[in-house]
Design a protein around this ligand. Structure first.
Ligand SMILES: [Zn+2]
Length: 321
């Protein structure tokens, strides 16, 4: 009985994590700011806290809006085999080929990034600081998601292979345990992206190609690892939760040969480069006098709604994305 009660407590305490986890999303947006040129830094650096905090708004929106989920992934394996070149890079061409329902059901992250990029470019043209910051934070989220291997595989949480939990394991548990201590985020500079759809699809194809390794290595390690040491009860945000043990997490990261760190580094470089490209395409507007930001009442209301929906803990649409 005592065991049952303990289990119920632990299970309820363990809040679902998805999409790089809140921690990694916030770090990706944070480090991306340091790759920007000084002309952009004048706006982004004083607002770095906002850019990091709001990196997770799209995940919170998944609790409020049913149509949000497909914007975070693409089940690219449903379109045949690597390198999936038969999928049209334009949304309307893809809809013509497969039907809108199919395209949406399989996830639309590569197309959604292109739309968000255009919105950010327009915000720069309008010199609207509040819009620039809000869209930069959210675009950073979707770009980061497109770098996660299991966001490009229909077996997104190992549900087809008896590996449930692997989604949060790769994108939350590994970086939360190891990023501060072991990952290197000195990356260089943002670069201009001349062909945005091609860039996005290249990253998504890399993710799809890597997803097999993510799954196979976890299955392989599970076979080698003592079963009673795979999970452990450890502290997480001040609470005791059941999770993949530190030893298993370290061994898995070693087995992946730095893949999580590599994808996180590419995600940071991509996020900064998309922000930079939007600014260049908008004609490099002077951002010096935009330091003060005023969010509209509508924005403030949306932030509050997102937080409330997230706290309610009832997700709409697919889990783990
Ligand atoms: Zn996401």
């Amino acid at each position: 009985m005592k065991k049952l009660i303990l289990c119920i407590i632990f299970c309820t305490l363990y809040k679902q994590s998805f999409c790089w986890g809140f921690y990694a999303h916030q770090r990706i947006n944070y480090f991306a700011v340091f790759l920007l040129p000084p002309e952009m830094m004048v706006l982004y650096k004083p607002n770095i806290q906002f850019i990091s905090d709001h990196a997770v708004d799209p995940d919170k929106r998944r609790y409020a809006v049913a149509t949000e989920a497909p914007k975070h992934y693409i089940d690219i394996d449903r379109y045949g085999r690597y390198p999936w070149t038969e999928v049209p890079e334009g949304f309307s061409d893809a809809v013509k080929k497969y039907s809108e329902d199919t395209v949406i059901a399989n996830g639309i992250v590569p197309w959604w990034i292109v739309i968000m990029q255009q919105r950010l470019t327009n915000a720069f043209k309008e010199k609207n600081a509040a819009k620039i910051l809000k869209l930069s934070a959210e675009l950073g989220h979707y770009i980061a998601d497109s770098h996660v291997p299991l966001h490009s595989n229909s077996n997104h949480d190992g549900q087809q292979t008896n590996q449930k939990g692997i989604h949060g394991f790769w994108e939350s548990r590994v970086p939360e345990l190891l990023a501060e201590k072991e990952f290197d985020f000195m990356i260089g500079k943002a670069t201009y992206i001349s062909d945005i759809p091609k860039y996005v699809w290249d990253r998504v194809r890399e993710s799809g190609a890597a997803s097999d390794t993510v799954l196979k290595d976890e299955a392989g390690l599970t076979k080698q690892f003592p079963a009673d040491r795979k999970y452990s009860f450890e502290e997480r945000s001040g609470k005791i939760v059941r999770q993949y043990s530190s030893a298993f997490t370290i061994a898995y990261n070693h087995m992946l040969n730095g893949m999580v760190e590599r994808r996180m580094r590419v995600a940071i470089a991509s996020v900064a480069s998309f922000w930079y490209t939007a600014w260049v395409n908008a004609g490099q507007p002077d951002l010096k006098n935009l330091k003060k930001t005023a969010f509209t009442e509508e924005d403030m209301k949306e932030f509050e709604t997102l937080n409330n929906a997230w706290r309610s803990d009832r997700i709409k649409g697919r889990q783990h994305e």
